[in-house]
Design a binder for this molecule. Structure first.
Ligand code: SF4
Length: 171
């Protein structure tokens, strides 16, 4: 449907957002601060709202492009490699967003992890500095990445010593 040439996407598929299950227990993991991003940016809970608000945000759209990128690691303990891969994935999300002129065209892009654009986020004291480039957290919405990958018919696990990051463009 979209021309994804020149964007390093490994696999993609299309789904109906109304099929996504939103799970309170995933937001419980956020509240437990498992990835240390809870309450740190405008892209994560509690800033993005509870399960019902997240469900309603996503269900405002009729279609979703689910896409992911796969990165090689030195081994399964390669934390540095995972961080670098996360940065590379965010650059890919930016390329997709720019190509589609996302904000102007009313898309919503959910991406892996919280927002790390600014050295220090303005949350919660003042508005986001770049709301036009704010990609709310995929899992922070209470969505299980593996379930969405399955709906889209794509593989979330892609072999030994690799890491996969997944995003969803709603339109
Ligand atoms: S763009 Fe900056 S201010 Fe906005 S959520 Fe990201 S880090 Fe925070």
């Amino acid at each position: 449907m979209f021309d994804l040439d020149a964007i390093e996407i490994f696999q993609h598929g299309y789904i109906d957002p109304s099929e996504i299950i939103f799970r309170e227990e995933i937001q419980d993991i956020c509240r437990g601060n498992a990835c240390r991003a809870y309450g740190k940016t405008w892209a994560c809970p509690p800033a993005i709202g509870g399960i019902e608000e997240c469900r309603s945000r996503v269900n405002n759209y009729k279609n979703a492009l689910v896409f992911f990128c796969k990165y090689e690691l030195e081994d399964s303990y390669d934390y540095e490699g995972m961080v670098e891969a996360g940065e590379e994935f965010r650059r890919t999300c930016d390329k997709l967003w720019e190509k589609l002129e996302g904000h102007k065209n009313g898309f919503l892009l959910l991406a892996n992890g919280g927002c790390q654009r600014c050295e220090k986020c303005t949350y919660p004291d003042s508005p986001c500095r770049m709301p036009e480039k704010l990609f709310p957290a995929f899992e922070g919405h209470g969505i299980v990445v593996a379930e969405v990958a399955k709906l889209a018919g794509i593989n979330y696990i892609n072999g030994k010593d690799t890491v996969t990051y997944l995003g969803m463009l709603l339109f």
